[in-house]
Design a protein around this ligand. Sequence first.
Ligand SMILES: Cc1ncc(COP(=O)(O)O)c(C=O)c1O
Length: 425
Amino acid sequence: MIGDTPVPMTTLDRARALDAEDELAGFRDEFLFPSHPSGRAVYLCGNSLGLQPRATRQWVLRELEHWAEHAVEGHFRGERPWFAYHEFFAKGAAEVVGARPGEVVVMNGLTVNLHLMLVSFYAPTPSRYRIVIEAGAFPSDRYAVASHARLHGFDPETTVVELAPRAGEDDLRTADVEAFLAREGGNVALVMLGGVNYYTGQAQDLAAITAAAHACGARAGFDLAHAAGNLELSLHDWDVDFAVWCTYKYLNSGPGGVACAFVHERWASAPELPRLAGWWGNDPATRFTMPDEFVPQPGAAGWQLSNAPVLTMAAFGASLEIFGRAGMKRLGAKSRALTGFLESCLRGIDTDLLTIITPTDPAARGCQLSLRVAERGESVHEALTARGVYCDFRRPDVVRVAPVPLYNSFEDVWFFSEIVRECVT
Ligand SMILES: Cc1ncc(COP(=O)(O)O)c(C=O)c1O
């Protein structure tokens, strides 16, 4: 047993009944699922790479045709001229994260965007220089913040503070982050956490952490790789300074897909912020007159460097269109039900080998559950893979699964947990 609360009904019939009631169930048919020799693939890896929407091909083909037909003139012709291509995505991308359109730009890759944001928002002084991250942050985040500490002449060892869960716990308590900032925030310049921890699946309370960071005079930025498209977010209202995220996970833009950045409207035109400049961030009115002086356009778009990667953005467009129809609110509600069902199914397995290290509070997680599998994590993962389940294994002992509300069903979840049951009992 991995829990002692009563287990709701978790039969196949119940799963099918929940699918029949699900008003978002039709979206599943808009995605392409991988095949598996067993005849049934259960894809629970949308936290790593989202599935391809059927419409993606058309969106990309449309740009290929536009290019074939208009060549360089494509920058200024057609329904979505490439000169302004990023502008067509701002509203949809902003809706996904609870931002205003001018606060979000689609550009580059996640880590590149993180570096651009750190250039602007990490402004250390001799008395305020520390960067707070969570222990077990994604390696790219750790490398990025350490490299900025070094760039400013600080030793990452004493500059980057990693806040860890309490002994014997897996998740970082918000109260502990708040207490740390209240106690030691006087020399903290930046708090930079993952919105959802990639390993544990814990969602941070971004509003509370932003407030605590601001209260001690620090700035707050977040890596939303595992949060965007997964959680209902309100970046604008929460007063977050900046955020970055990729779109190939929950946002289904395809491998290496273009990323996003959020810059709060308070910073829309902030000459005091240092920034790296490129022509695409320049005021579009003069961008093609090639002025000597860089005049950033207001808002997140002013952080652009290069012209838009149209083909990968087109792929993202196909998925954004689906998000626009489904809506984060409805997706959030289904996500809580689906992941709650997964948790109940797993809790019904009579074994000591499984522990869910993701918080049980639905407000402190998205759709991902991370399962610690004592003794045989790797072999359970192999068995799951052989049976057509796509999920992943993170050393030393965690299997991560993410039932994605856009395309996963309650039956998928039930099927997965039955295989887990066979493996551990
Ligand atoms: C939490 C998190 N941050 C950062 C990254 C790095 O993303 P990218 O390679 O797009 O820069 C990843 C990639 O999976 C991630 O999961």
